[in-house]
Design a protein around this ligand. Structure first.
Ligand SMILES: [Zn+2]
Length: 258
């Protein structure tokens, strides 16, 4: 069954050694119908746009990840570059952006916030959806979302509560689940999966990270997303094929792909 992998990092070095182009071609032939490439800084934004140009169903997001914003002394200039790159026809989203408070040496919260707000403003100006990264920062992430009621997007590799998902759905947002839902210790998250309305749920790999069971710990790629999709369908009591069709439709609607 063909799927839409809504969050990938094929720019990652780990794909150099395994033959990136051949892998992506095989994935499009056998495993996925669409791929969204997420960016973490200006360089990966350019890379993702260039990769998208090679495959008809490969789309790009451009943005600065909360862990990358410390690289830029001149925020306005970095954001202006992202906005300029967003004009490229294969760009269908801004991101990933948001907050990451997991690591101690991450950029300061106010720096992350300024970059996040700047990218929400770009999304608003360009009428593009946003790919949000929220790691251990649910409250502050929701505060920023509320400031931009006319901007929607997706919370990728969702890790929040049922209540937070409800609030996001009410505001027009989508919820994307990664391989984390297949992990034994993800019992709380497994309870969230069945509560998402049919038309708002997405799936992703976040490859090369977060490989699902039974491949946990290995290098992830879009061909492993079937394990995550199967788990999500099972948790929701839905047929696998219906779930794949529905999530692909949802992603196309969110990213404006016809
Ligand atoms: Zn990512």
């Amino acid at each position: 069954m063909k799927l839409f992998d809504t969050h990938t990092h094929y720019d990652d070095d780990r794909f150099d050694s395994c033959g990136r182009e051949a892998l992506i071609e095989t994935l499009f032939r056998d495993e996925v119908e669409y791929i969204m490439g997420a960016a973490v800084d200006c360089e990966t934004s350019r890379f993702t746009i260039a990769t998208a140009a090679h495959y008809p169903n490969y789309y790009a997001a451009v943005g600065i990840h909360p862990q990358s914003c410390g690289e830029y002394e001149d925020r306005e200039r970095a954001l202006a570059e992202i906005e300029a790159l967003a004009a490229s026809p294969k760009v269908k989203a801004i991101g990933e952006t948001g907050f990451d408070f997991h690591w101690q040496n991450n950029p300061a919260p106010e720096v992350q916030k300024a970059f996040f707000e700047g990218q929400m403003a770009i999304a608003r100006r360009l009428s593009l959806p946003v790919i949000v990264h929220d790691r251990e920062a649910h409250g502050m992430t929701m505060d920023v979302i509320m400031q931009y009621p006319d901007v929607v997007g997706v919370f990728h590799s969702y890790s929040g509560s049922i209540e937070m998902a409800k609030e996001l759905v009410k505001r027009g947002w989508y919820i994307s689940f990664s391989g984390v839902i297949t992990y034994k210790n993800a019992t709380r998250l497994a309870e969230v999966v069945p509560t998402i309305p049919k038309d708002r749920i997405l799936v992703e790999t976040d490859c090369p990270y977060l490989a699902p069971e039974p491949k946990r710990g290995k290098m992830n790629h879009s061909g492993l997303m079937k394990y995550t999709a199967a788990k999500a369908a099972e948790l929701r009591g839905e047929g696998y094929e219906d779930f794949c069709r529905q999530t692909t439709e949802n992603a196309k609607r969110l990213f404006g792909i016809v």
